[in-house]
Design a protein around this ligand. Structure first.
Ligand code: COA
Ligand code: MG
Length: 293
């Protein structure tokens, strides 16, 4: 999951474009990009589109449902689970308990639709409430469905009353840096992918690329997008480079050739177990991106 493109669920035109955008995941949105008056129609539009067009796309399909406090989640699932999405994105998740609650609902819908038990993954947005940020550690061990953790700044701003998430220099302010950091740590603790939040300025490709580079450096393995033009930039940034793959393979090979010791020397530099673990992680990402055996 390098790129995850949001597409408003009530727009057939955007669904059409989104399915052809080359994203690893398309997130069909029933939440914030759909007006309250349009929620019912959006479910039907999204379900019809997914069931008729899913063979046309190489992207995995996730559906962002409305959060558990809205009273809309059950109806979202009732209409969308029958078209077999690969995953459900859960917004405004307050803790791992919310994931467990969603997982229990999914189990019933899977049974009702003759789908494999546990087949639908869950990707929560964990920083849209203050409680959510503080509970980042609670996702470990909650559900085998957990596909990753991701974060968002807009709803958190509203939740805490921050006028802006970024300072004059364009950098996130402390609260938002913390939310971002908790996502990385929470995901690592739960042994799932950390996915970076959206870059809203969809004409600023240099800004997007810089933010992708920083995210990849810090341990995120993918990023959400709001516009098809962002997808190739994100895919490129989160695909390990040929040099990085070669370097990682050399480290793995050196450990194997030496009989898997604690430490090896390569070209006059020390490599120990953490280096091996990083190299293995990078090779796994390269395999997932289809660029290494
Ligand atoms: N998915 C699919 N297609 C999209 C798209 C998206 N996320 N964003 C834009 N497009 C399409 C447009 O419909 C347009 O197609 P058209 O020329 O056939 O009409 C084309 O790409 C170019 O779009 P552009 O004119 O550059 O942008 P816009 O002003 O039409 O749209 C947004 C801007 C922000 C409204 C739009 O990108 C969008 O809806 N993004 C997703 C928002 C969302 O889901 N938010 C929730 C998560 S934060
Ligand atoms: Mg939101």
């Amino acid at each position: 999951m390098r790129s995850l493109l949001f597409v408003p669920g009530d727009s057939e035109r955007k669904l059409e474009k989104g399915f052809g955008a080359g994203a690893d995941v398309v997130i069909v949105d029933l939440e914030d990009s759909v007006a309250a008056a349009n929620k019912v129609a959006a479910r039907a539009t999204a379900a019809d589109f997914i069931s008729s067009q899913r063979r046309q796309t190489g992207s995995a399909i996730y559906v962002r449902v409305n959060d558990l406090s809205t009273g809309l989640t059950d109806a979202d699932l009732a209409v969308l689970v029958p078209v077999k999405p690969d995953g459900i994105m859960l917004p405004k998740s307050n803790s791992g308990q919310d994931v467990q609650q969603l997982a229990a609902k999914l189990r019933v819908h899977e049974a009702e639709n003759g789908l494999q038990d546990g087949g639908i993954r869950v990707l929560p947005i964990i920083t849209e409430t203050a409680a959510g940020v503080l509970a980042a550690a609670s996702y470990a061990g909650t559900s085998a469905r957990l596909a990753g953790l991701t974060w968002g700044a807009e709803d958190l701003s509203a939740a805490i009353g921050a006028r802006s998430a970024r300072g004059g220099n364009g950098r996130y302010t402390d609260v938002f840096r913390l939310a971002r950091t908790m996502t990385i740590l929470g995901a690592a603790a739960a042994e799932v992918a950390a996915i970076d939040t959206v870059f809203p300025d969809f004409r600023d490709m240099a800004g997007l690329e810089a933010e992708c580079r920083e995210a990849e450096r810090d341990g995120f393995t993918g990023k959400m997008a709001i516009h098809p033009a962002q997808v190739p930039v994100i895919n490129a940034a989160f695909t390990p480079s040929a040099e990085a793959v070669e370097r990682s393979q050399a480290i793995v090979d050196a450990f194997a050739a030496a009989g898997n010791p604690g430490v090896v020397g390569i070209d006059g530099k020390m490599y120990d177990r953490p280096h091996l673990r990083l190299a293995e992680r990078l090779l796994a990402r390269a395999r997932a991106a289809g660029i290494s055996a």
